[in-house]
Design a protein around this ligand. Structure first.
Ligand code: ACO
Length: 358
Protein backbone atom coordinates (compact mmCIF):
# COMPACT_ATOMS: atom_id res chain seq x y z
CA UNK A 1 0.00 0.00 0.00
CA UNK A 2 1.23 3.49 -0.83
CA UNK A 3 2.37 5.48 2.19
CA UNK A 4 2.97 9.15 2.90
CA UNK A 5 3.98 11.60 1.55
CA UNK A 6 0.92 11.79 -0.63
CA UNK A 7 -0.59 14.29 -3.05
CA UNK A 8 -3.47 16.03 -1.30
CA UNK A 9 -6.12 17.90 -3.27
CA UNK A 10 -6.28 21.40 -1.79
CA UNK A 11 -8.45 23.16 -4.36
CA UNK A 12 -10.69 22.56 -7.36
CA UNK A 13 -12.25 24.80 -9.97
CA UNK A 14 -14.09 24.70 -13.27
CA UNK A 15 -14.70 26.84 -16.35
CA UNK A 16 -17.51 26.46 -18.83
CA UNK A 17 -18.22 28.90 -21.64
CA UNK A 18 -21.35 31.03 -21.19
CA UNK A 19 -23.13 29.84 -24.34
CA UNK A 20 -25.63 27.07 -23.49
CA UNK A 21 -26.93 24.99 -26.41
CA UNK A 22 -30.01 22.86 -25.87
CA UNK A 23 -31.16 19.86 -27.88
CA UNK A 24 -33.87 21.85 -29.69
CA UNK A 25 -31.20 24.22 -31.01
CA UNK A 26 -29.12 21.29 -32.30
CA UNK A 27 -32.23 19.99 -34.07
CA UNK A 28 -32.05 23.10 -36.28
CA UNK A 29 -28.70 22.04 -37.75
CA UNK A 30 -28.87 18.21 -37.73
CA UNK A 31 -31.67 15.68 -38.02
CA UNK A 32 -32.29 14.88 -34.39
CA UNK A 33 -34.73 15.56 -31.59
CA UNK A 34 -34.68 16.46 -27.92
CA UNK A 35 -36.46 13.18 -27.23
CA UNK A 36 -33.83 11.04 -29.01
CA UNK A 37 -30.90 12.77 -27.34
CA UNK A 38 -32.37 12.64 -23.84
CA UNK A 39 -33.52 9.04 -24.15
CA UNK A 40 -30.25 7.71 -25.63
CA UNK A 41 -27.73 9.82 -23.72
CA UNK A 42 -29.41 11.77 -20.91
CA UNK A 43 -28.02 15.06 -22.26
CA UNK A 44 -30.24 18.16 -22.11
CA UNK A 45 -27.76 20.98 -22.72
CA UNK A 46 -24.06 21.54 -23.36
CA UNK A 47 -21.82 24.61 -23.44
CA UNK A 48 -20.04 25.77 -26.60
CA UNK A 49 -17.21 28.30 -26.83
CA UNK A 50 -17.30 31.24 -29.21
CA UNK A 51 -14.98 30.92 -32.22
CA UNK A 52 -11.42 31.79 -31.26
CA UNK A 53 -11.60 30.40 -27.71
CA UNK A 54 -9.21 27.46 -27.26
CA UNK A 55 -8.97 24.73 -24.65
CA UNK A 56 -6.08 26.54 -22.94
CA UNK A 57 -8.32 29.59 -22.38
CA UNK A 58 -10.83 27.45 -20.50
CA UNK A 59 -8.00 25.54 -18.82
CA UNK A 60 -6.38 28.72 -17.49
CA UNK A 61 -9.74 29.94 -16.17
CA UNK A 62 -10.37 26.66 -14.36
CA UNK A 63 -6.81 26.75 -13.00
CA UNK A 64 -7.36 30.24 -11.57
CA UNK A 65 -10.58 29.07 -9.94
CA UNK A 66 -8.83 26.04 -8.40
CA UNK A 67 -5.97 28.19 -7.10
CA UNK A 68 -8.46 30.65 -5.59
CA UNK A 69 -10.27 27.73 -3.97
CA UNK A 70 -6.96 26.56 -2.52
CA UNK A 71 -6.21 30.10 -1.33
CA UNK A 72 -2.92 29.94 -3.20
CA UNK A 73 -0.99 32.19 -5.50
CA UNK A 74 -0.10 30.77 -8.92
CA UNK A 75 3.58 31.32 -8.12
CA UNK A 76 3.40 28.50 -5.57
CA UNK A 77 2.83 25.92 -8.32
CA UNK A 78 5.99 24.03 -9.29
CA UNK A 79 4.61 21.68 -11.96
CA UNK A 80 1.77 21.90 -14.51
CA UNK A 81 0.10 18.85 -16.06
CA UNK A 82 -2.50 19.48 -18.76
CA UNK A 83 -4.79 16.76 -20.13
CA UNK A 84 -6.43 17.62 -23.45
CA UNK A 85 -7.17 15.97 -26.77
CA UNK A 86 -7.96 19.35 -28.33
CA UNK A 87 -4.87 21.54 -27.78
CA UNK A 88 -5.02 25.07 -29.21
CA UNK A 89 -2.41 24.08 -31.79
CA UNK A 90 -0.95 20.93 -33.33
CA UNK A 91 2.05 21.95 -31.24
CA UNK A 92 3.05 23.17 -28.70
CA UNK A 93 0.71 21.64 -26.17
CA UNK A 94 -1.43 23.64 -23.78
CA UNK A 95 0.67 23.18 -20.59
CA UNK A 96 2.97 26.10 -21.30
CA UNK A 97 0.10 28.21 -22.62
CA UNK A 98 -1.63 27.81 -19.26
CA UNK A 99 1.64 28.59 -17.43
CA UNK A 100 1.99 31.77 -19.49
CA UNK A 101 -1.61 32.87 -18.87
CA UNK A 102 -1.21 32.33 -15.14
CA UNK A 103 1.87 34.53 -15.25
CA UNK A 104 4.11 31.99 -13.54
CA UNK A 105 7.86 31.70 -13.98
CA UNK A 106 9.16 28.92 -16.25
CA UNK A 107 8.53 25.50 -14.73
CA UNK A 108 8.01 21.92 -15.94
CA UNK A 109 4.76 21.81 -17.91
CA UNK A 110 3.54 18.78 -19.78
CA UNK A 111 0.60 17.72 -21.90
CA UNK A 112 -0.95 14.30 -21.82
CA UNK A 113 -3.52 13.03 -24.29
CA UNK A 114 -5.45 10.08 -23.02
CA UNK A 115 -8.78 11.55 -24.09
CA UNK A 116 -11.62 10.69 -21.70
CA UNK A 117 -9.18 8.92 -19.37
CA UNK A 118 -6.78 11.89 -19.51
CA UNK A 119 -7.56 13.31 -16.09
CA UNK A 120 -7.31 9.87 -14.45
CA UNK A 121 -3.85 9.47 -16.00
CA UNK A 122 -3.05 12.98 -14.78
CA UNK A 123 -3.91 11.97 -11.22
CA UNK A 124 -1.41 9.10 -11.45
CA UNK A 125 1.27 11.50 -12.70
CA UNK A 126 0.57 13.95 -9.88
CA UNK A 127 0.86 11.12 -7.35
CA UNK A 128 4.18 9.97 -8.82
CA UNK A 129 5.60 13.51 -9.00
CA UNK A 130 4.73 14.28 -5.39
CA UNK A 131 5.70 10.94 -3.86
CA UNK A 132 9.03 10.86 -5.70
CA UNK A 133 9.85 14.35 -4.42
CA UNK A 134 10.04 15.84 -7.92
CA UNK A 135 7.26 18.34 -7.14
CA UNK A 136 5.51 19.74 -4.06
CA UNK A 137 2.62 21.67 -5.59
CA UNK A 138 1.09 20.45 -8.84
CA UNK A 139 -1.61 22.01 -10.96
CA UNK A 140 -3.60 19.42 -12.92
CA UNK A 141 -5.90 20.75 -15.64
CA UNK A 142 -8.33 18.91 -17.94
CA UNK A 143 -9.69 21.02 -20.81
CA UNK A 144 -11.35 20.28 -24.13
CA UNK A 145 -13.03 22.28 -26.89
CA UNK A 146 -14.95 19.87 -29.11
CA UNK A 147 -16.70 22.47 -31.23
CA UNK A 148 -13.47 22.80 -33.25
CA UNK A 149 -13.91 19.16 -34.36
CA UNK A 150 -17.31 19.84 -35.90
CA UNK A 151 -17.02 20.34 -39.68
CA UNK A 152 -19.78 22.93 -39.95
CA UNK A 153 -20.07 25.84 -42.34
CA UNK A 154 -20.33 29.49 -41.26
CA UNK A 155 -24.02 29.31 -42.15
CA UNK A 156 -24.56 26.33 -39.81
CA UNK A 157 -22.80 28.17 -36.98
CA UNK A 158 -24.85 31.28 -37.64
CA UNK A 159 -28.08 29.25 -37.35
CA UNK A 160 -26.78 27.55 -34.21
CA UNK A 161 -25.86 30.93 -32.72
CA UNK A 162 -29.27 32.42 -33.56
CA UNK A 163 -27.72 35.01 -35.91
CA UNK A 164 -29.39 33.44 -38.94
CA UNK A 165 -33.02 32.34 -38.84
CA UNK A 166 -32.37 29.45 -41.23
CA UNK A 167 -33.52 26.95 -42.20
CA UNK A 168 -30.47 25.17 -43.64
CA UNK A 169 -30.71 23.72 -47.12
CA UNK A 170 -31.65 20.03 -47.31
CA UNK A 171 -28.14 19.32 -48.59
CA UNK A 172 -26.44 21.03 -45.66
CA UNK A 173 -28.74 19.38 -43.15
CA UNK A 174 -27.93 15.99 -44.66
CA UNK A 175 -24.18 16.69 -44.58
CA UNK A 176 -24.27 17.81 -40.93
CA UNK A 177 -26.41 14.85 -39.94
CA UNK A 178 -23.67 12.35 -40.86
CA UNK A 179 -22.07 13.44 -37.60
CA UNK A 180 -25.17 13.60 -35.45
CA UNK A 181 -24.21 10.67 -33.24
CA UNK A 182 -21.11 12.69 -32.21
CA UNK A 183 -22.36 16.25 -32.26
CA UNK A 184 -25.11 15.67 -29.72
CA UNK A 185 -22.76 14.07 -27.19
CA UNK A 186 -19.99 16.62 -26.73
CA UNK A 187 -19.59 19.96 -24.98
CA UNK A 188 -16.72 22.33 -24.15
CA UNK A 189 -15.32 22.82 -20.67
CA UNK A 190 -12.41 22.64 -18.25
CA UNK A 191 -11.72 21.55 -14.71
CA UNK A 192 -8.63 21.82 -12.53
CA UNK A 193 -7.28 20.62 -9.21
CA UNK A 194 -4.33 21.80 -7.15
CA UNK A 195 -2.35 19.20 -5.20
CA UNK A 196 0.14 19.68 -2.39
CA UNK A 197 2.63 17.34 -0.83
CA UNK A 198 1.00 16.04 2.37
CA UNK A 199 3.30 14.54 4.98
CA UNK A 200 0.78 13.73 7.72
CA UNK A 201 0.07 10.02 7.96
CA UNK A 202 -3.71 10.48 8.11
CA UNK A 203 -4.66 8.47 5.05
CA UNK A 204 -5.64 11.52 2.97
CA UNK A 205 -4.49 12.14 -0.60
CA UNK A 206 -4.28 10.11 -3.81
CA UNK A 207 -4.15 6.50 -2.63
CA UNK A 208 -3.68 4.51 -5.81
CA UNK A 209 -4.54 3.90 -9.43
CA UNK A 210 -5.13 1.21 -11.99
CA UNK A 211 -4.71 2.47 -15.53
CA UNK A 212 -4.66 0.64 -18.83
CA UNK A 213 -4.02 1.37 -22.50
CA UNK A 214 -4.82 -1.03 -25.36
CA UNK A 215 -4.01 0.05 -28.92
CA UNK A 216 -5.83 -2.93 -30.43
CA UNK A 217 -9.10 -1.11 -29.75
CA UNK A 218 -7.98 2.12 -31.47
CA UNK A 219 -10.40 1.86 -34.39
CA UNK A 220 -13.56 2.16 -32.35
CA UNK A 221 -12.79 5.80 -31.59
CA UNK A 222 -10.16 7.86 -33.40
CA UNK A 223 -9.47 10.68 -35.81
CA UNK A 224 -8.43 9.09 -39.14
CA UNK A 225 -6.73 12.16 -40.67
CA UNK A 226 -4.72 15.18 -39.54
CA UNK A 227 -1.68 13.25 -38.35
CA UNK A 228 1.77 12.16 -39.51
CA UNK A 229 0.30 9.23 -41.46
CA UNK A 230 -1.23 11.77 -43.84
CA UNK A 231 1.00 13.68 -46.26
CA UNK A 232 0.41 16.56 -45.99
CA UNK A 233 -1.31 16.15 -42.70
CA UNK A 234 -4.14 18.39 -43.89
CA UNK A 235 -5.13 18.38 -47.55
CA UNK A 236 -8.18 19.13 -49.65
CA UNK A 237 -9.01 15.39 -49.44
CA UNK A 238 -8.92 15.54 -45.63
CA UNK A 239 -11.69 18.10 -45.76
CA UNK A 240 -13.68 16.39 -48.52
CA UNK A 241 -13.58 13.06 -46.70
CA UNK A 242 -14.11 14.75 -43.32
CA UNK A 243 -11.09 12.79 -42.09
CA UNK A 244 -10.53 15.39 -39.34
CA UNK A 245 -13.77 14.35 -37.64
CA UNK A 246 -13.61 11.53 -35.09
CA UNK A 247 -14.88 8.09 -36.13
CA UNK A 248 -16.82 6.43 -33.34
CA UNK A 249 -18.41 3.01 -33.02
CA UNK A 250 -20.70 4.08 -30.20
CA UNK A 251 -22.03 0.62 -29.41
CA UNK A 252 -18.56 -0.88 -28.95
CA UNK A 253 -17.47 1.99 -26.71
CA UNK A 254 -20.68 1.59 -24.73
CA UNK A 255 -20.09 -2.14 -24.12
CA UNK A 256 -16.49 -1.64 -23.06
CA UNK A 257 -17.34 1.24 -20.73
CA UNK A 258 -20.03 -0.62 -18.80
CA UNK A 259 -17.75 -3.59 -18.10
CA UNK A 260 -14.32 -2.03 -17.65
CA UNK A 261 -15.17 0.99 -15.48
CA UNK A 262 -16.74 -1.16 -12.73
CA UNK A 263 -14.05 -3.85 -13.10
CA UNK A 264 -11.14 -1.43 -12.70
CA UNK A 265 -12.85 0.39 -9.83
CA UNK A 266 -13.12 -2.91 -7.96
CA UNK A 267 -9.45 -3.61 -8.68
CA UNK A 268 -8.20 -0.33 -7.25
CA UNK A 269 -10.41 -0.75 -4.19
CA UNK A 270 -9.07 -4.26 -3.58
CA UNK A 271 -5.49 -3.05 -4.03
CA UNK A 272 -5.99 -0.84 -1.00
CA UNK A 273 -8.02 -3.18 1.15
CA UNK A 274 -11.37 -1.51 0.52
CA UNK A 275 -14.71 -2.74 -0.73
CA UNK A 276 -17.36 -0.95 -2.76
CA UNK A 277 -19.31 -0.15 0.42
CA UNK A 278 -16.41 1.92 1.72
CA UNK A 279 -16.84 4.45 -1.08
CA UNK A 280 -18.51 7.78 -0.33
CA UNK A 281 -18.56 8.98 -3.94
CA UNK A 282 -17.96 7.59 -7.42
CA UNK A 283 -17.06 10.08 -10.16
CA UNK A 284 -17.49 8.39 -13.53
CA UNK A 285 -16.65 9.75 -16.92
CA UNK A 286 -19.74 11.39 -18.41
CA UNK A 287 -20.16 9.99 -21.93
CA UNK A 288 -23.69 8.70 -21.62
CA UNK A 289 -26.08 8.60 -18.66
CA UNK A 290 -27.14 5.08 -19.66
CA UNK A 291 -23.51 3.91 -19.48
CA UNK A 292 -23.22 5.31 -15.97
CA UNK A 293 -26.48 3.75 -14.87
CA UNK A 294 -25.42 0.29 -16.08
CA UNK A 295 -21.91 0.73 -14.61
CA UNK A 296 -23.36 1.85 -11.28
CA UNK A 297 -25.52 -1.26 -11.06
CA UNK A 298 -22.59 -3.49 -12.07
CA UNK A 299 -20.53 -1.91 -9.34
CA UNK A 300 -23.35 -2.21 -6.82
CA UNK A 301 -23.35 1.33 -5.44
CA UNK A 302 -26.52 3.29 -4.58
CA UNK A 303 -27.58 6.18 -6.81
CA UNK A 304 -26.77 8.82 -4.21
CA UNK A 305 -23.09 7.85 -4.29
CA UNK A 306 -22.70 8.55 -8.01
CA UNK A 307 -22.70 12.16 -9.14
CA UNK A 308 -23.69 12.74 -12.78
CA UNK A 309 -23.80 16.09 -14.56
CA UNK A 310 -23.79 15.01 -18.21
CA UNK A 311 -27.34 16.38 -18.38
CA UNK A 312 -25.92 19.93 -18.28
CA UNK A 313 -22.54 19.59 -19.98
CA UNK A 314 -22.51 16.55 -22.30
CA UNK A 315 -19.18 14.76 -22.61
CA UNK A 316 -16.35 17.21 -21.95
CA UNK A 317 -13.58 14.56 -22.33
CA UNK A 318 -10.55 15.50 -20.14
CA UNK A 319 -12.62 18.08 -18.26
CA UNK A 320 -15.30 15.65 -17.19
CA UNK A 321 -13.80 14.12 -14.04
CA UNK A 322 -12.79 17.43 -12.42
CA UNK A 323 -16.02 19.14 -13.55
CA UNK A 324 -18.08 16.37 -12.01
CA UNK A 325 -15.99 16.15 -8.84
CA UNK A 326 -16.03 19.90 -8.28
CA UNK A 327 -19.82 20.03 -8.50
CA UNK A 328 -20.21 17.02 -6.22
CA UNK A 329 -17.85 18.67 -3.74
CA UNK A 330 -19.82 21.93 -3.89
CA UNK A 331 -22.97 19.95 -3.11
CA UNK A 332 -21.28 18.52 -0.03
CA UNK A 333 -20.86 15.01 -1.45
CA UNK A 334 -17.07 14.93 -0.97
CA UNK A 335 -16.28 16.35 2.48
CA UNK A 336 -12.84 16.08 4.04
CA UNK A 337 -12.02 12.46 4.79
CA UNK A 338 -14.40 10.98 2.21
CA UNK A 339 -13.26 8.16 -0.07
CA UNK A 340 -13.72 8.94 -3.76
CA UNK A 341 -13.20 6.72 -6.82
CA UNK A 342 -12.68 8.27 -10.24
CA UNK A 343 -13.17 6.07 -13.28
CA UNK A 344 -13.11 6.69 -17.02
CA UNK A 345 -12.80 5.00 -20.39
CA UNK A 346 -12.15 6.56 -23.76
CA UNK A 347 -10.27 6.63 -27.03
CA UNK A 348 -6.94 4.84 -27.23
CA UNK A 349 -8.32 2.69 -25.74
CA UNK A 350 -7.43 4.13 -22.33
CA UNK A 351 -9.27 3.39 -19.13
CA UNK A 352 -8.71 3.25 -15.42
CA UNK A 353 -9.69 4.15 -11.88
CA UNK A 354 -8.07 6.29 -9.20
CA UNK A 355 -8.76 6.22 -5.48
CA UNK A 356 -8.45 9.38 -3.43
CA UNK A 357 -9.20 10.33 0.15
CA UNK A 358 -10.29 13.98 0.20
N1 ACO B 1 -30.45 11.83 -33.44
C1 ACO B 1 -31.32 10.98 -33.98
N2 ACO B 1 -30.99 9.75 -34.40
C2 ACO B 1 -29.70 9.38 -34.27
C3 ACO B 1 -28.73 10.24 -33.72
C4 ACO B 1 -29.14 11.51 -33.31
N3 ACO B 1 -28.31 12.41 -32.75
N4 ACO B 1 -27.53 9.59 -33.72
C5 ACO B 1 -27.75 8.37 -34.25
N5 ACO B 1 -29.06 8.25 -34.58
C6 ACO B 1 -29.74 7.10 -35.18
C7 ACO B 1 -28.80 6.20 -35.90
O1 ACO B 1 -28.57 6.68 -37.21
C8 ACO B 1 -29.56 4.90 -35.88
O2 ACO B 1 -30.53 4.92 -36.91
P1 ACO B 1 -30.88 3.59 -37.76
O3 ACO B 1 -31.38 2.62 -36.72
O4 ACO B 1 -31.90 4.08 -38.70
O5 ACO B 1 -29.58 3.18 -38.37
C9 ACO B 1 -30.28 4.92 -34.55
O6 ACO B 1 -30.28 6.30 -34.14
C10 ACO B 1 -29.65 4.09 -33.48
O7 ACO B 1 -28.24 4.32 -33.49
P2 ACO B 1 -27.29 3.62 -32.47
O8 ACO B 1 -25.89 4.06 -32.75
O9 ACO B 1 -27.57 2.16 -32.44
O10 ACO B 1 -27.82 4.26 -31.11
P3 ACO B 1 -27.36 3.96 -29.64
O11 ACO B 1 -28.54 3.69 -28.81
O12 ACO B 1 -26.18 3.02 -29.59
O13 ACO B 1 -26.82 5.39 -29.16
C11 ACO B 1 -24.76 6.57 -28.83
C12 ACO B 1 -25.73 6.00 -29.84
C13 ACO B 1 -25.51 7.65 -28.04
C14 ACO B 1 -23.61 7.19 -29.59
C15 ACO B 1 -24.29 5.47 -27.87
O14 ACO B 1 -23.89 4.35 -28.61
C16 ACO B 1 -23.15 5.90 -26.99
O15 ACO B 1 -23.27 6.81 -26.19
N6 ACO B 1 -22.01 5.22 -27.07
C17 ACO B 1 -20.86 5.53 -26.24
C18 ACO B 1 -20.17 6.74 -26.75
C19 ACO B 1 -18.97 7.01 -25.87
O16 ACO B 1 -18.84 6.59 -24.74
N7 ACO B 1 -18.03 7.74 -26.38
C20 ACO B 1 -16.90 8.04 -25.56
C21 ACO B 1 -16.07 8.76 -26.35
S1 ACO B 1 -15.29 9.99 -25.62
C22 ACO B 1 -13.59 9.99 -25.94
O17 ACO B 1 -12.82 9.15 -25.54
C23 ACO B 1 -13.18 11.11 -26.79
Amino acid sequence: MASHPRALMVGSGIAVPPKVVDNHTLARIIETSDEWIQERSGIVTRHFVEAGVGSSDLGAEAARAALADAGMDASEVDYVVCATMTPDHYFPGSGTLIQERLGIDPLPALDIRQQCAGFAYGLQIVDALVRSGVARTVLLVGCDVHTALMPFSKKTWAVLDGQDEGPLSAEELEYNSQFRHLVVLFGDGAGAMVFRRHDADDGRGILGHRLYGEGREKDILYVPGVGSKSRPYVSRETLEEAAMVPVMDGRSVFKLAVTRMPEVTRQVLEDHGYGVDDLDLVVMHQANLRINEVARRQLGVPEEKVHNNIQKYGNTTSATLPLCFHEAREEGKAPEGSLVAFTALGAGLHWGAVLMRV
